[in-house]
Design a protein around this ligand. Sequence first.
Ligand code: 3IO
Length: 334
Amino acid sequence: MRKLTTLLAASLALTCLMAASALAGTTLTYANFPPAKTFPCVQMEQWKAEVEKRTNGDIAVQTFPGSTLLNPKNMFRGVQTGQADIGCISTAYYPGVFPLISVVNLPVAFTSTEVASRVMWDLFQKYQPKEFADVKVITMFTSAPSQIMSKTPVKQLGDLNGMELRASGSILQILSGLGAQGVGMPMSQTPEALQKGVVKGLVSSFDVLMDFNFAESCRHETITNLPVYPFAIIMNKARWEALSPESKKVIDDLALEQAVWTGKYLDKHIDDSLNWSKEKYQVEVHELTAAEHATIKELGTPLVDQWKAEAVKAGLDADAILADMLALKAKYEA
Ligand code: 3IO
């Protein structure tokens, strides 16, 4: 009986100890703006699973897709002030705020999300831009090259005349050069704008045809290979600093891996989404001529000069950054 009591006491003590150590673990909230099915949220769930596994449960991550905790416009500030511990930002929604990282949004003809995401991460690592000084950057990645998805066909550039298309960042200016009417808004507001007829289509990557069901209303897709949208996953600095050295190492070791995972996922998902859209809604894919692609390229030139001027004003070595980006792109494309 004495033996049994001792055993019980010991196991009770052990249970308490385990409970206490579970309590001592950290739960991190992670805010995201688009719906759960979309790629920024798919990568969020992947990251959560990896971090929870690799920290043996020392860190638990509670995810909030669909702007349930922070929305696309208050995400950056919300993470800085600790309303969420971690958040996902599409940097094109913050004009002028990210002078270095906006280089990735220039029209330099990325053809692969994996390549663009690797380039973005390398540039961030090399230059450690001031714009992220107040937060911890967890990882970075991009969307896939942007295409036109519209209710009426864009079979040639002339068909864009006066057409209202949702976009953000550098693409807005290219659209205006093409005679279209770019309407700037975050992706998460686009379903309503399309439905109300405020826009007649959008410019983004093809994953959204399936993940937002845009293929239903936008039956016409035109290959334009416009810029990628850069994304950054940021964490509240004080919350980061309070983590154990072991947890920090797990998260840092995951950064590049996560960028590559997301790039690979999206590159494959683009194909799946387009195939699904063709089968389910018989969407049509329109190709432009070589001369039309050259016109689009020319419209991009002033954007590069404009970016350079802004970067120089922000105290950056614009020529070196641009040269580095192109060299990294060539390296990863090889
Ligand atoms: C995007 C943004 C949110 C959800 C899915 C997405 N696929 C491509 C993008 C890029 C984009 O259009 C944007 O506004 O960041």
